[in-house]
Each structure stands twice: as C-alpha cells, then as structure tokens.
Design a binder for this molecule. Structure first.
Ligand code: IVH
Length: 694
C-alpha cells in the first residue's frame, strides 16, 4: 500500500479519484480475505485506519459516493417498520431425516425417481443454524435483501444486510448477471455471540439465548446502526432468480461460481456418491461439530446435477431432491418443576433446576445446573417456567433461558436457603463472592466430605481406580469413613459388606488404594482439595517448596514468591493449614504410607543425571539435604561426601564451608538450589550454563 493513501492533506482531483478508488478496492479485498477466505490480511486497527482515510476523502465530494462504497454500509434514519417483499420464487423448506434408514430411503427415492442404475452424485453441505435470507444483485450491485418470512412474503431488511461485512455490496468479476438472487444463511459465530452477550450483560441488557436468536434479533433491528455493531456472517447455498445468463450445471458448480464472485461459501462441503457417501459425510461433520466456529443442526444433501433436481421437482413445500440430516437436538423446551441446591466439596451451593424429563443432545435430561444465585436472578428463571435446556457434547446440561410468554401466574422465584440442606449449617455468602457456601466444612457436612473424597480419589489426584461416587456415598452415609485417611484403613470385610460389592471388587479397591500410595508431591497437594489450588498450582508448590513440610510451614510471603500464586490463593492455602484437622489429615495420610519417590516432588522425566557425582554443602533455602540427595538419586546421579576431581557439581547453600572452597579451587561447577532443580529437570547442558553465569 503506497503511503500517499494515508496522507492527510487534500489532494488534487486527479489524485483524489485515484486514492478513493484504490482505498475502496483495498477495503473490499481486506473484507473478502477476512470474511470469505477466512484469512485476515491486516489487523482490525489497520482496517479501521484505512476506512477512516476513505471516509475523510469521500467528504470532499459526498455526491460522488457510490452506493457500494465500503463506507456506505450504514446510513439513513431508523425505519418505522419493515416493508413486505414478495419472493418471485418461493423460499421453501427442507424435509428432515434423523436415522440412517431415513437417509437410505431418501437415496432410494431419488434413484427410483431418476430411474438411475448408478449411484447418485450429491452435493453435501452444512445445515447452518441461522436464518435464511435472499439477496438481490442487479448488474453485480446489492440492491435488496429479504428474510424468508412465510416462504412467499418476507421482510425487506436491505438496510441491515448492507451492514454485514461478510456480504459484498458488489460482486467480483467483470461480467455479473443482470439479476442474481443469492440465497443463504445469516448467522453469528459463537465467539461473536459470546462477546455480544458480554456487552449486553455489561450494559444491564437482556442476553440472547443462542447465536441464532442473536442473529435474528440483530437482523430485525429497525435501526441499522445497531445491526452494524453486531458481527453477522453469511454463507450462500442456493439460488432464486437468475437473468442474463445460464444456470450452472450443478449445485457444486453454483457454489464454486459464488465463491469466485466473492460470496462466502462454507468450505465444509463435498460431492459424494450414494447413501454410503452421505452417511460418511454426516459422521465426519458430526465428529468435528464442536470445533466449528458456528452452530449447525445437521447437514444438507442436494442432488448435485440441476437437471436431475428439476426432474425430481417438489412435494408440497419441500424439494424431493434435497434432505436435511439433523443431529440430535442440543436444545429442547421443558418445564422447571423445582429448584434445589447441591453442595460441592468446598461447600459451594449450586442451584439445580429439576425438570420434566426431556430428550436433548441424545440423552434424557432431568436436572440442569443454574450455576449460582446471581445467574438465576439474571436469567430470571422461576419455578413453573418453560425453559430452553441445552446439552452440547459432554457438557453438563444447563438452562439457557425461560420463555416469557409461557410463564404461569403462580411461577415462584428461587430463594437461596438459609441453611445447608445436608447438614443444617448456615449458608453464607461473602460480599465479594458470587458463590454462597455451607459453613459446616467437611467435619459437619457430609456432602462436602463426599465431594472431598471424590476429588481425592479422582484420576488426576490420587488416581484410585474403582472407587466410584456411589461407593463413596455409601461409605460416608454408613459412617464407615470420615476422612481420606480412613480410606487406607478400610478392610476387605467392611468393603465387601456394602451394596453391590463382591469380594473380588472389594479386593480391587484395596489393591488400587495400595497402588495409589506411591505418588508425586504435586498430586498429593492437589488431592487435598485446597480451594483455588488446581493441578498447575499444586505442581508449582511442589516444585518451589520441594517437600510437604516446607509447604505446611510456608508463610504468606513465601507463598507469594511461587509462580502464579497471588494473594487470594496464598490466603486460601494459609487458612487451609491453619485448620489443625487438615494438618492432622496430611500427617495421617503420610503415616498411612503415602509417599513420593521422585525426590522432593520435582517431576523427573528421565535419568538426566546419570554418571554425575554431586556433593552437598551448607543449608539449602527450601530443601533438606536428604530431599536434595533423594532427588539427585532419582534422576540417576550419585551423592558423595567429599569433593575431589571426580566431583561433577557442588550444591552449595548458606554457610557452606571448606567443601565450597575446595570446589572453587578445583574449578568444579557450583550450583544453588534453583540451578539444581533446573538441572534435574532438563539435564546437564542447561545447568552448565546456569553454573557458568553464577
Ligand atoms: S437449502 C429448497 N441449504 O434450513 C431448499 N437450507 O428447512 C431451501 N438451512 O430455511 C433451503 N442450511 O434457513 C438449505 N445448507 C443449507 C441450509 C439451509 C440451513 C436452513 C434454511 C432453510 C431451512 C430449510
């Protein structure tokens, strides 16, 4: 881009024309790259700066601004209402299929209808979850846009559609048809939807239930300035009126042509043959559905050849040549029968909606989380409401929104109980927190005990195989165990006596518990379930302090020195260990035989120190000398008591004496504790560097 495009002084008329034309062209190319090719060429800021330049230049001759200039997307006063538009060719809908048999039957109908002996070629694409739109281009310029409406008459949303940057105001190429009616779907990407809802929240406005509602709401704004603030997208998938040229021979050729005109066409499309090809496409898209940046509710199959499409024709309001193969719905409507609260392992109280059972996302859902009290208020969900329930992938089902029109007169708002439904302790909510908690702690509250134990045995914590939630419930309810330490005292008979436990599975649990005793310090810390201490923080603690006693003794200041630990986490760790019961638990667990072999809790991947001889001297800042020695040996090194020419490294702490002097004399590399840890973790090359810089 030549720099004179940015120059602020007013150009001569000739220059002016050159510059506005070049800028318009550049901005169109950038939009195409961003919205159609999915390959952004510049940052948003650069785009904005070029856009401002053009606006500035165009001010000189406002009458000469063409309607398809990139600056002409928003304009005019808000409309009073949308005008009706009659579709010359009706906008039809698709028949749906759900099961494999439906698809096989569809393929057979098509084959029979065409009396074809060979497999049919189908164009396959996505079924976008947005809203259908018709765009009218005359001589390559966008002149009108209408919603589908009832299929015969829609609404004129031209002003709003012009703000959608994904839709070209002018088609590419020198030979546009006289009239082209492009049909396709307007939708909102998931990330743009999330951003929009965040903005709505910040402004105290109502959130949208899903991207489709957000797209529809944005398109049906009477003020196109509002639409312009929402990022809408578009994918072309069909054609209406075409004048001044011949139809392409196939649907796939139509989409390729669209693409060459600068219209966005989804790249998840293919041409396949026969029912087998259709099902393969369906399964392939199903597997990557979650990774797509937008929502789809299925795939669409269309007989590829247009002459064959014509031959097949339509039944009532849907084509015989096409079928939507739908995924199991991820959203469904049902009624909230009640709102109960669940108590988590940290005492967190989660309101849960009890629902009239509904089939959604491939399973029957009877409960859905409402997250927390504020969320219930914000979404204004009441008992008796009809709600949209959503279950996407393996995510916990959640209540998205209620349907205002269906609220019964006797709907009851949720009230946070004053007392824990499990142990009766007061429920408290600190001012700065979003979460209300049961104040009973695990000593009083069996729900917290259960949650804590479930966490303790979970795969990423102590990894005790075969100790499921139901078993833990029984053990706690029958008062067989109270703490994690009790798990290691379980006998075969007490386990085998439980419901649905045979001696064999009881023995498996005992074996798994035994096996879990050999662990890492990081896992052990994580398994304690200290609030705010997730896996990453547990690893950092283990690395920094090296042993459990140092963690127990750590002051707030020392904790704050650990990477990633801030005041909230530090406070949480301190208050956890201020409770003598927690310290006792740690000690009981260690006494039960839980140990970590990899010296001081540093994760050792390989025998990085094989063949190296170490001498330890002085007091290290956090590790005991035993811990350090253990760590070196775990990494394959040897520890010797005296310095000689054979010594590879001397690890020196505070008040190191004659051994340090001797090492200096012999020119042996000297390490401090941090350098030792680095050496253990990454091997001698790095450590030589560390030592050299000391
Ligand atoms: S073709 C005559 N293709 O589904 C066929 N529709 O039930 C007309 N839709 O209103 C539609 N993705 O909003 C077609 N790839 C796709 C589609 C698609 C989504 C929607 C569209 C239409 C509805 C038909």
């Amino acid at each position: 881009m030549s720099s004179d495009l940015f120059s602020a002084d007013l150009p001569s008329d000739e220059d002016w024309v050159k510059r506005v034309v070049a800028l318009r062209q550049k901005l169109r190319e950038l939009s195409l790259a961003y919205y159609v090719l999915d390959k952004p060429m510049v940052s948003d800021a650069e785009y904005d700066s070029l856009y401002k330049q053009l606006e500035l230049l165009e001010e000189k001759y406002p009458d000469l601004i063409p309607v398809d200039s990139p600056t002409q997307r928003v304009g005019g006063a808000p409309a009073e209402q949308f005008q009706q538009v009659r579709h010359v060719i009706p906008m039809l809908s698709l028949n749906n299929g759900f099961k494999d048999e439906d698809i096989i039957a569809f393929d057979k109908r098509v084959k029979d209808g065409l009396s074809s002996l060979t497999e049919i070629a189908y164009a396959t694409e996505l079924k976008f979850d947005g809203l259908a739109i018709s765009l009218r281009y005359e001589d390559g310029v966008l002149v009108g846009a209408a919603t589908r409406g009832d299929g015969t008459t829609g609404e004129n949303v031209t002003a709003n559609i012009r703000t959608v940057r994904a839709i070209p105001l002018r088609l590419h190429g020198d030979n546009p048809p006289q009239v082209l009616e492009v049909r396709g779907e307007v939708l909102m990407y998931k990330n743009d939807f999330a951003k929009l809802n965040q903005r709505q929240r910040d402004a105290g406005l109502k959130e949208f239930a899903n991207p489709r509602n957000a797209a529809a709401g944005s398109l049906r704004q009477l003020d196109s300035k509002i639409t312009a603030q929402r990022t809408l997208r578009f994918f072309a998938y069909g054609i209406g009126v075409l004048e001044g040229m011949d139809m392409p021979a196939s649907h796939s050729a139509l989409l390729d042509w669209y693409s060459s005109l600068g219209l966005p066409v989804c790249k998840e499309r293919a041409v396949v043959h026969g029912a087998e090809g259709l099902l393969k496409f369906y399964n392939g898209i199903g597997a990557k559905r979650g990774e797509l940046p937008y929502e789809i509710d299925g795939v669409v199959y269309k007989v590829d050849r247009l002459d064959q499409q014509q031959q097949l024709g339509f039944v009532s309001r849907a084509p015989r040549f096409a079928l939507a193969h739908k995924f199991p719905a991820q959203e469904a409507l049902t009624v909230v029968q009640g709102i109960e609260v669940q108590v988590g392992r940290t005492g967190a109280i989660t309101p849960v909606a009890r629902l009239v059972p509904v089939f959604v996302g491939g399973v029957t859902v009877t409960n859905a989380t409402l997250h927390n009290e504020d969320e219930v208020r914000r979404k204004d969900i009441q008992i008796g409401d009809t709600v949209i329930v959503r279950r996407a992938g393996d995510v916990i089902p959640e209540v998205v929104a209620y349907v205002p029109e269906s609220r019964p007169a006797d709907a009851k708002p949720f009230e946070m109980p004053k007392e824990c439904p499990v142990c009766g302790s007061p429920i408290v909510r600190l001012e700065e927190e979003a979460i209300a908690r049961c104040s009973g702690g695990w000593v009083k509250c069996s729900a917290q005990r259960k949650g804590g134990l479930q966490h303790f045995v979970s795969r990423r914590a102590m990894d005790v195989d075969g100790l499921g939630d139901q078993l833990i419930d029984q053990l706690v309810d029958k008062n067989v165990i109270t703490t994690a330490a009790d798990l290691y005292r379980l006998g075969l008979t007490s386990l085998a006596e439980l419901d649905r436990m045979a001696e064999k599975s009881a023995q498996n649990v005992i074996d798994a518990l035994e096996k879990s005793k050999s662990t890492t310090l990081a896992r052990f810390i994580y398994s304690l379930g200290i609030r705010h201490v997730g896996e990453a923080t547990a690893k950092e603690l283990a690395r920094h302090f090296g042993n459990m006693d140092a963690v127990l003794a750590a002051t707030e200041e020392q904790l704050l020195e650990v990477a990633d630990i801030g005041p909230v986490v530090a406070r949480s760790i301190i208050s956890f260990f201020e409770d003598s019961l927690n310290v006792e638990l740690v000690n009981q667990l260690r006494a039960a035989g839980i140990h970590w072999t990899e010296g001081a809790g540093v994760e050792i991947q390989a025998k990085t120190l094989a063949g190296k001889i170490f001498v330890l001297t002085g007091t290290l800042p956090t590790m005991s000398r035993d811990d350090a020695a253990q760590m070196i040996e775990a990494a394959g090194g040897k520890v010797s008591g005296s310095v000689s020419k054979k010594t590879s490294y001397v690890v020196a702490g505070a008040e190191a004496g004659s051994k340090l002097a001797k090492a200096e004399e012999l020119g042996i590399a000297i390490l401090d504790e941090d350098a030792l840890v680095a050496l253990v973790q990454s091997g001698p090359q790095d450590a030589a560097d560390v030592a050299a810089t000391e």
